[in-house]
Design a protein around this ligand. Structure first.
Ligand SMILES: Nc1ncnc2c1ncn2[C@@H]1O[C@H](COP(=O)(O)OP(=O)(O)OP(=O)(O)O)[C@@H](O)[C@H]1O
Length: 303
């Protein structure tokens, strides 16, 4: 479990993380979402003891990172996949990490197998693809068999196969009862990977909820109906939770009813329909809406 308790980080006048209190539960994949600059990496760095909070604290299973006598066996992290000595082989890299933490050689072979690095373990890390580098970073994070995993943008820049692998691996680790906390700036990716989502915008928590309820709240369901009898249809479907909006002369957008309910009402009243289309706002659109006031660097469209 990871507990963030009024966690705050200021860099001079800039507040990167602004008083966040969140609990990240074991046995689940928790997605940490937010636009660039939202404060995700800074939060993860504070959990890992790499940045000191200005205020508040971050606890892993009840302790601060600095209090662990053997941190690698408590928490593994992938924070910057490129920060690896490039001249070494993957095997040598993992072996030296293991040696300095009293981890047996057999575990190095285990994590190499677990992350599918067998065929490249003897190759120099400098020649690794991004995907292989990510796998190596995850292998290093798994060396101490930690109960808590923190991965910063683990799918960034990966091909579809790599993305799928990270997704399945994260789910597998959570199913073993581990706490898995991973960041992304892509809602669609997180919706497929996470059980629970924490959305950050300008250092503040904008949402902290199970992925299902985020999806339900985020997606707008409406039905587009084309009919030569719009007034009649609007009267026929009228009800407390129903909203009818005119889009064009013979085109309505109706919320609060399913396409089937609208079709049946129209049939009952003899109203002719030319089109009946369920529409839903994409998840990515909903996420942009949620964070639009919180994007630090907005792309200006020049005309
Ligand atoms: N060492 C630092 N000194 C000054 N400002 C910093 C420092 N580290 C981060 N920041 C600022 O804090 C804010 C949050 O940055 P952070 O990297 O945590 O965001 P992020 O959500 O991880 O975004 P990204 O995906 O772009 O890394 C940004 O405005 C960033 O410029």
């Amino acid at each position: 479990m990871i507990q963030l308790d009024h966690l705050t980080k200021r860099f001079g006048a800039k507040t990167a993380v602004d008083d966040i209190s969140v609990t990240i539960q074991p046995g689940k994949v928790t997605g940490f979402l937010g636009p660039n600059g939202a404060g995700k990496s800074t939060t993860m760095r504070m959990i890992m003891g790499l940045d000191r909070p200005t205020h508040g604290q971050a606890l892993i299973n009840g302790k601060r990172y600095a209090e662990f006598r053997s941190p690698l066996t408590e928490v593994g992290a992938l924070l910057d996949a490129k920060a690896i000595h490039t001249g070494r082989t993957a095997y040598a890299h993992l072996l030296s990490l293991a040696a300095t933490h009293g981890i047996p050689k057999s575990r190095v072979h285990e994590v190499i197998g677990m992350t599918g690095l067998e065929s490249v373990a003897g190759k120099r890390v400098g020649g690794f693809s991004l995907g292989m580098g990510q796998r190596l970073g995850i292998a290093a994070a798994m060396l101490g068999d930690p109960a808590t995993l923190i991965l910063d943008e683990p799918v960034n820049g990966l091909d579809p196969e790599g993305v799928l692998w990270v997704r399945q691996f994260a789910r597998h680790l959570a199913s073993q009862g581990r706490t898995v906390f991973l960041s992304s700036h892509l809602m669609s990716e997180m919706a497929q990977t996470a059980d629970h989502i924490v959305v950050l915008g300008r250092g503040r928590v904008l949402a902290d909820a199970p992925v299902d309820s985020i999806l339900a709240a985020a997606t707008r369901h409406a039905v587009r109906v084309r009919t030569p009898q719009p007034e009649q249809l609007a009267r026929a479907v009228a009800g407390a939770d129903v909203a009818v909006t005119g889009v064009e002369a013979q085109l309505l957008e109706i919320t609060g009813l399913t396409a089937a309910q609208i079709g049946e009402t129209a049939a009952r009243d003899g109203i002719v329909l030319h089109e009946l289309t369920p529409i839903s706002a994409s998840l990515e659109e909903a996420y942009l809406e949620l964070t639009q006031d919180d994007v630090e660097y907005r792309t200006e469209v020049s005309r």
